[in-house]
Design a protein around this ligand. Structure first.
Ligand code: G3H
Ligand code: ZN
Length: 271
């Protein structure tokens, strides 16, 4: 298992990024691990609380750790968008390498206090912590939600200093669900990057142009989260399949996911 804080720091210092790919089942996990092992480049495999609810914490954790081992992928397991301490604690206790506490729905000061508690607990076990300042927009019918709250540079600085987080997710035009028209405010991103040394995290990366991703990698973004494009690759392959043997249909869907993940790893690894 990789040391997540160390890998992210190294990525930011060297202008490349770690892809964090969402999974909720065996097949997508296999496809992600196979891509990472072929590319021989570090990645994160991440699960949301929703994925955990779907598959079960232990089942999903066991699938991911077994696949990482058997594929030889350089990977860590990350908890994505946890909204409460208990979910974070359960993930750390079972062996996750990294967690995100997403307190973006709470008032700023409360987000700081809750994140501090997560950092105190996680760091005792060498687990890396990501948090969020501002609000990353959510998809609404494939359009920009307009409900995002962009991250302000002074708020990010104070948050990072007071909580001691290892990486910070920012809202600079990125939205979840690959809505049409998703575009980064690169000058805001640069202002944040100039005042914060820790690795920056870009959620909602499925809808970003490769140009925006490359630019962001050059100014401090060391982790990109990809979920929607994995879901699309998997489900569209299944939808267009005529196979009655689901194992054959799934093999094809896995090949599609692997291809998408490999393309992203090549992009994140840089020149
Ligand atoms: O936390 C996960 C992501 O931010 C994924 O966003 O579905 O737009 O790729 P996406
Ligand atoms: Zn996200």
């Amino acid at each position: 298992m990789i040391n997540v804080a160390h890998e992210l720091k190294k990525a930011r210092a060297n202008g490349y990024a770690i892809g964090a790919f969402n999974t909720a089942n065996l097949e997508v996990t296999k496809a992600i691990c196979s891509a990472a092992s072929k590319a021989d480049f570090p990645i994160l495999i991440q699960t949301t609380p929703g994925a955990i609810e779907y598959a079960g914490l232990k089942q999903l954790f066991d699938i991911i750790t077994d696949e990482i081992k058997s594929s030889g992928a350089k990977a860590g397991i990350h908890l994505d968008h946890a909204h409460d301490f208990l979910t974070v604690k359960q993930a750390i206790d079972i062996g996750y390498s990294s967690v995100m506490f997403d307190g973006s729905k709470y008032p700023y000061e409360e987000n700081i206090l809750m994140t501090e508690k997560v950092v105190d607990y996680a760091h005792k076990f060498g687990v890396s912590v990501e948090a969020e300042v501002g609000i990353i927009g959510r998809e609404e019918g494939g359009r920009l939600s307009g409900k995002a709250v962009y991250s302000g540079p002074p708020e990010v600085v104070k948050f990072v200093e007071e909580t001691g987080v290892d990486s910070i997710a920012i809202s600079v035009g990125n939205e979840h669900g690959a809505p049409e028209g998703e575009k980064l405010d690169l000058s805001l991103l640069e202002r944040i990057s100039n005042v914060v040394e820790i690795p920056l995290v870009m959620h909602g990366a499925s809808g970003l142009s490769h140009g925006d991703i490359r630019h962001a990698m050059g100014i401090g973004v060391a982790k990109f989260n990809i979920d929607t494009n994995i879901r699309k690759a998997f489900t569209s392959a299944l939808e267009s399949s005529d196979e009655t043997d689901y194992r054959v249909a799934m093999e094809d869907a896995m090949a599609h996911v692997e291809k998408v993940v490999l393309q992203y790893i090549k992009l994140f690894r840089g020149a």
